[in-house]
Design a protein around this ligand. Structure first.
Ligand SMILES: NC(=O)C1=CN([C@@H]2O[C@H](COP(=O)(O)OP(=O)(O)OC[C@H]3O[C@@H](n4cnc5c(N)ncnc54)[C@H](O)[C@@H]3O)[C@@H](O)[C@H]2O)C=CC1
Ligand SMILES: O=C(O)CCC(=O)C(=O)O
Length: 392
């Protein structure tokens, strides 16, 4: 029975996918796979049994991808499964800032209950001029990153009557197909920043996007613009942000990632990483992650991995083995020669590669023995081998 270790709060519907065929628990010993959300695994010791990690969510900056690849651990995420939840909160963030909602709420909270009803009305009507906002319709929204979330935000903003400018030099063909032609594409980030009343960031956090919004780029931003960050804190350089706020270059920063330097800043609205915290998104992510893990553990198939190639080989007959190797010539032929020497017939086979990693699914006529698995593991450049399902 395969073991699944959970880290973080994983939606019950996702856990239910494993049925009684799996042992699933927080702190589960000898896990075949780990399911998690935002926990930081950079210093985590992966037990030797771990074959896969499933991140119930989009961002994988909390996972040491390179180390996982080296250990033959397939890392999955759940693209798009929480995009609607983030989109709705970004809209909330724009409205919070456009209509001074947080300031209005704290004004009301600060009112004395000792007033009579008439005094309360007079106070409210007298003070409301201090909270006058502006409307989103007719304003320009700049969307940095037009993937699953960026596209949803762009479309919702068009629906509110905003003009939308996007920037995404690495946009996938699939993402381009789902994007409305009403979204104007900027050639340079600076062009987007100069044109936008609101700028919202939806790129992954990685070494290329760290400090993407820096003093150089902020110097181009339209005077008084609002910056929204529901992607990751590290994408915005904090010193540059504080300077831009002090110089009124930016009027507000709305972020899902509180930091000590910004905590009490009057022009910063911070939320406690709530972008994906809806029942629907948590369920979508957990169910998608669980299904991907099950297909991997039971069939070796890979769908939505961030480090291994996508692969799907239908099950017909025979006994399945999977192996991963450095993506260099001769490995497959060496493994096939070995099978031939051992008089083992191959019924079906599929080999895919992605960057430095090649991965093969093979259905053989007889159950894989320990001897066979060890022999494949010893082929030069093979770094992981596994018998899938029932074997000798
Ligand atoms: N606040 C929250 O709770 C959540 C935050 N996120 C964050 O949002 C990020 C984006 O999520 P998705 O839209 O689902 O990912 P996605 O992979 O669908 O889209 C990301 C897009 O960013 C683009 N991109 C990458 N580098 C870029 C750059 N330098 N400039 C412009 N575009 C660039 C990519 O080409 C891609 O189209 C995640 O990586 C995660 O960090 C995601 C879900 C929830
Ligand atoms: O699990 C969560 O609440 C965080 C989601 C998130 O940040 C992501 O999907 O990248």
């Amino acid at each position: 029975m395969p073991n699944i270790r959970t880290i973080n709060n994983i939606h019950q519907q996702g856990l239910a996918c494993f049925k009684e065929r799996y042992q699933v628990a927080e702190g589960q010993e000898a896990p075949d796979a780990i399911m998690l959300r935002s926990a930081n695994l950079h210093d985590y010791d992966f037990p030797s049994e771990v074959k896969a990690l499933a991140r119930c969510g989009a961002g994988v900056n909390n996972i040491p991808i390179q180390r996982c690849s080296e250990q033959g651990i397939v890392v999955f995420n759940t693209p798009g499964a929480n995009a609607n939840a983030v989109k709705e909160l970004v809209l909330g963030g724009m409205l919070l800032s456009a209509r001074n909602i947080a300031a209005g709420l704290s004004f009301i909270e600060g009112l004395s209950e000792d007033m009579d009803a008439k005094a309360l009305q007079l106070k409210v009507e007298a003070e409301k001029k201090g909270f006058v906002g502006s409307e989103l319709t007719g304003k320009t929204l700049g969307v940095v990153g037009l993937g699953a979330i960026g596209a949803e935000v762009a479309h919702a903003a068009l629906g509110l009557g905003m003009k939308v400018v996007g920037f995404d030099p690495a946009l996938s063909v699939q993402a381009a197909w789902r994007l409305s032609s009403e979204v104007e594409c900027a050639d340079e980030l600076k062009d987007l920043l100069a044109a936008s009343d609101y700028v919202t960031i939806h790129v992954p956090a990685n070494k290329h996007t760290q400090g993407l919004i820096n003093s150089d780029n902020l110097a181009s931003i339209k005077q008084g613009a609002v910056l929204l960050n529901f992607a990751r804190g590290s994408i915005v350089d904090e010193d540059a942000l504080l300077t831009a706020l002090a110089k009124q270059q930016l009027s507000q920063y709305v972020s899902d990632f509180p930091s000590l330097a910004l905590l009490k800043h009057p022009k910063v609205l911070s939320l406690p990483h709530l972008g994906a915290s809806t029942n629907e998104a948590e369920q979508n992510c957990a169910v998608m992650a669980a299904r991907q893990l099950i297909d991997f553990l039971e069939n070796g198939n890979i769908h939505n991995s961030v480090n291994f190639p996508n692969i799907k080989l239908s099950r017909t007959e025979g006994y399945r083995i999977a192996f991963a190797n450095d993506n260099v010539p001769k490995v497959l032929s060496n493994v096939l020669a070995l099978l031939s020497d051992m008089d083992i017939n191959v019924i079906d086979m599929l080999n895919k590669s992605r960057n430095d990693i090649a991965y093969t699914l093979m259905d053989i006529a007889t159950p894989a023995t320990t001897e066979l698995l060890e022999a494949i593991a010893n082929v030069e450049h093979v770094f992981h081998v596994n018998a899938i399902g029932e074997h000798a």
